[in-house]
Design a binder for this molecule. Sequence first.
Ligand SMILES: Nc1ncnc2c1ncn2[C@@H]1O[C@H](COP(=O)(O)OP(=O)(O)OP(=O)(O)O)[C@@H](O)[C@H]1O
Ligand code: SF4
Ligand SMILES: [Mg+2]
Length: 368
Amino acid sequence: MALLEVENMRVAIQDPGASAQSIHVEPYGPWLPDGWVVAIPNISFSVDPGEVLAIVGESGAGKSLSALGALGLLSAGSKVVDGTVRFDGVQLRPTRKLEKKRSRWWRKRRERRYEQFMEELLDEGYRGVLGTRIGVLFQDAVASWAPTAMIGDQAGEVLREHTDMSENEIVDKVLDALGEVRLPKVSKYLSFRHELSRGQAQRAMIASVLIKGPDLLVADEPLSGLDAPVAAAVLDILRELKARRGLAMILITHDLATVAATADRVMVMYGGQVVEEGHVSEIFYRPQHPYTEGLLGSVPSISHKRLVSIEGAPPRIQDVPKAACAFAPRCGYAVEACRQGRPDLRPIAESLVACIRSDELDLAGVRG
Ligand SMILES: Nc1ncnc2c1ncn2[C@@H]1O[C@H](COP(=O)(O)OP(=O)(O)OP(=O)(O)O)[C@@H](O)[C@H]1O
Ligand code: SF4
Ligand SMILES: [Mg+2]
């Protein structure tokens, strides 16, 4: 059984200026408050126990919206409006059914009631697992620590809240976790966030996430902003955690070496949709979607390479065309049919691919 299972999730964002031609205004419009549009129309993914799923794609593709949306952690201006999320078989958010268009008054009233109902259910579902069985690692580790309390005290907070451990036991647990991420234990326990380097702050954050022994770690660009050697050290820690603790992860990253070194499966996103998903070796050596080929850039080796940028710019997530392949304007293999319908994600060989031409194309992956 999958550890995390996300089915038909739809995420909306606030954008008063969204194009009326966007795929995302209809048919989902009736359910959204004014000024909201759907950014991720429909996404499903799962993570097995001990498995690492990497989510890759250019900036603005919807990677964070997808991962954080599944955890009920979206910031103001974005929200999940439909879909089911299960963790270890327990449903965290109820399925929401779209309903046909009604009057504006009816919609407002229904929306208010629905929001209230959802909030209660969501609170209940996520409270049981977030911070305990699911740990989250954000990009800016320094900002994730409060400035006025010592790192060790903050790291132990979750144990004070969720267990009846004594203060001595909590301190021991925190010191062990700091040791596990190779931070000098006592001195870092007593540090404030401004006394840590970025790399140390990220490692301390990993330690604080590990304290409750989560089954799933969701890491959103955990290495960005770190110097290469520091990033390599943090990556090493993540790999060790996977090997030693069997920790499952969702890893959002632009870095090919990170994906190659840690991931079992890769999900490639473009314009709010998954365009290819498969085992890491399939994606790297036998990509089947032109966008994946472009991202890999046919690099001779995957060591220390970032996913390359492709010529042209990706669409704004809220302006993805309604009835065409979103990648068509940048795709060197595009034909007329690509502009006449949106390709569905379908199984091809070992992967899932959303391209009408994947059967006939012979795309280049990483060499060597
Ligand atoms: N809270 C929000 N309010 C309004 N729009 C948002 C919000 N969050 C995301 N968006 C929009 O959705 C798009 C996708 O956001 P998301 O954060 O998922 O991108 P991403 O793939 O994680 O990109 P990056 O690699 O830059 O982190 C953004 O470009 C932005 O236009
Ligand atoms: S469907 Fe057409 S435009 Fe889209 S990726 Fe495939 S070949 Fe390119
Ligand atoms: Mg992001």
